[in-house]
Design a protein around this ligand. Sequence first.
Ligand code: IFM
Length: 478
Amino acid sequence: MTDAITSSGEDLPFPAGFTWGAATAAYQIEGAATAGGRGPSVWDTFSHTPGKVRGGDTGDIACDSYHRYVEDADLIKSLGLSAYRFSISWPRILPSGEGGKGAVNQAGLDYYKRLLDALAERGIRPSVTLFHWDTPQALQDKGGWASRDTALRFAEYVSVVGEALGDRVPTWVTLNEPHVVAHNGHRIGVHAPGLTDDAVAAAVTHHLLLGHGLAAGALRAVTPAGTEVGITLSLTPVRLDSDAPEDLQHAARVTDASFNGLFLDPLLYGRYPAHALPEVLPPAGLIRDGDLAAISAPLDFLGVNYYRPVHLRRGDPARLLLGEAPALPGLDGVVQFDPAELEHTNMGWLIDPEGLYELLLRLSKDAPGLPLYITENGCGAEDYFGTDGVVNDLERIKYLHQHLRAAARAVNDGANLAGYFVWSLLDNFEWAWGYQKRFGIVYVDFATQNRTPKASAGFYAGVARANAVPPLPAEWPV
Ligand code: IFM
C-alpha cells in the first residue's frame, strides 16, 4: 500500500511515544449474535424491531469479526498501528447480565483471550471498552440503566472481565459516550432501547456515571498495578455567530453544560453543573451518599470522541434541522441548526476541525495533567472504486488530515494528548443507519466479508509511521 497523499512544506509532529490506533465496537463488528453462548442485548432487540434501523439491518453478522479476528489483527499490524480499541460484549460474558454461580459464559471470555493473544503476538496494545451500548436485554427487562441495580450489575461484570483478562489489558475504557446512551437511547429514542422520556434519560445519566465509578473501583481491585482506567465521552463544542446577543450566549452556556458538563463536571469535580437544564439533571433523590465520590475518583486518562460541533441560533423549534438531536427542552426560541455554507460529511455532520483544537485545549485547562486520548474521530464518506482495485475515499482523507492537523496544533499549544484512534478500523453496523454509512479506513464487502484497505488507510498509516501529519497538499488527487 502507498501513502495516498504526498506534499511539501512542514510536517506537524506528535510527541514521541504517541499512540496510533484504530477503534471498533463489539455490536458493530462481531456478528455471531447467537454463537458461543452470547445472550441478547438491547441492540439485538432494537435492530430486529421493524422500522428502527435503516434497511432493517442488524448486527447478526456485521463484519463477522468474531470469526475473523485474526485477519483483523493482521490488518492492524499491516497498517503499522500500535494500538487497537475494541469493546467487550457484556452479554457474551454474562448472557443474563448478572454474575453469580454458573453465570459466566467461558466461551465468551475465551474469545476475548484469543483476540488479546492475537494482538499481543503482533505487538498491538489493546485498549478495551467495557460498555459500548450493548446492555444485556435481560437487564433491560428489569429497567435497564434507569434502574440503579444496572450500575451494580455492570461493576459485577467488569470484575469478572478484569479478573479474567486483566493480565492482558493495559488500558480500560469503562463506558463509551454515556451522553449518547442517555440522549439518543432514552430521550429521543433513535437508539436502543428506543425510549423517549426525559426523566428516564436523567436517571440513566446518573446510573451510567455511577456504573463507571463502581466499575473503575472494581477494576483497580482486580487488575495489576499500572493498569490505566478511563472513560470515553462524546464532546460537542457549542458554536454561535460571533455577534450573538446575550440570550444566545446564555443558551450556549446551558447547552454546553447539558451536553458536556453533565458528564465532565461529575467526573472531574464530583458535582453536576448547576446551570444545565433541569430536565437533564438527575433528580437529587437518585443521588446517594458516596455516588459522586465514586464517580469523581481520579481517572488515568479521559477518552475524547470528537465528530462535530453544534450551532445555535434564534428560531422556531418546529424547524429543527438536526433530526437526530432536537433542541434541548427548556431553551425556548433557540434551535440547533446546520450552517449550509459549511462543509458536511455524508452523515450531514458539520466538519469543524477547529472544534477539536479548542476542545483539547479546554480539557487540558480544566483537567491539568490528565492525559487525553482521542478515542474516536473519523467520518462517514463515499467510497469510489478505481479499476486498479483502489478504494478511493478522498473525503475521509481530507477529514482526517484536517483533524490530525488540529490535534497536532493543540499538542504544540499545550494540550496533553497521548494518542489518537481513528473511527473506524472497518466499515461496520452504524447503529440506526445500519450498513448505509461507512466509517471504515478498511472497506468491508458485507456479501463476501472481504476487507480492502482504502486510500485513507494508506494515508493514516503514513501519519502513524512518520508520527507527524503532512501539510495541506497543493492539490488533492482526484
Ligand atoms: O459508530 C459510532 C460509534 O459507535 C460511537 N461514536 C460515533 C460513531 C459514529 O457514529
